[in-house]
Design a protein around this ligand. Structure first.
Ligand SMILES: [Mg+2]
Length: 151
């Protein structure tokens, strides 16, 4: 057995894996693109992380001069206004993109409120997740009811 008889099959297998991987990646990209086009959403591959967006929102709010603790009560009104707009979009059965935008507005107002109160949005989310992650209960008529709240 010489080096050629070992190296050539390994190269062949490596090349085949590379081609198959590329084909799978291509088809996943295509499926993802079609899904997001069909639902008029931004493809996942174009999304940046929630933390990155939160940082951009913080910078925007800082530039506008609204990240002051004394603005937090008025900011809370903005939060409620945006939550109401989500409800409005759903009740009017507006297109998915508009619902998406209204939910995004809620994130923006909550991120700003968090910073006005000296809190990190990701920490707020982490503590909320820590509360629910082991929560037990049941879904009744489409609503999750905590074990302790059940009659
Ligand atoms: Mg809005």
């Amino acid at each position: 057995m010489n080096a050629i008889t070992v190296v050539l099959p390994v190269m062949g297998v490596t090349a085949a894996i590379a081609v198959l991987t590329q084909k799978c990646r291509f088809s996943m990209d295509w499926i993802e693109r079609m899904y997001y086009l069909e639902n008029k959403l931004t493809p996942m591959s174009k999304l940046i992380s929630l933390d990155d967006y939160a940082e951009s929102v913080k910078e925007w709010a800082s530039d506008k001069g609204i990240l002051l603790p004394q603005n937090s009560k008025k900011q809370m009104l903005k939060v409620m206004e945006e939550v109401g707009e989500v409800a409005g979009a759903l009740s009017k059965k507006l297109p998915t993109q508009e619902v998406q935008s209204e939910i995004g507005d809620c994130f923006v107002t909550l991120i700003i409120l968090s910073h006005q109160l000296g809190l990190e949005p990701s920490e707020c989310l982490r503590s909320a997740y820590d509360k629910i992650k082991n929560r037990k209960g049941r879904v009744e008529n489409g609503v999750f009811i905590k074990e302790n709240d059940q009659k």
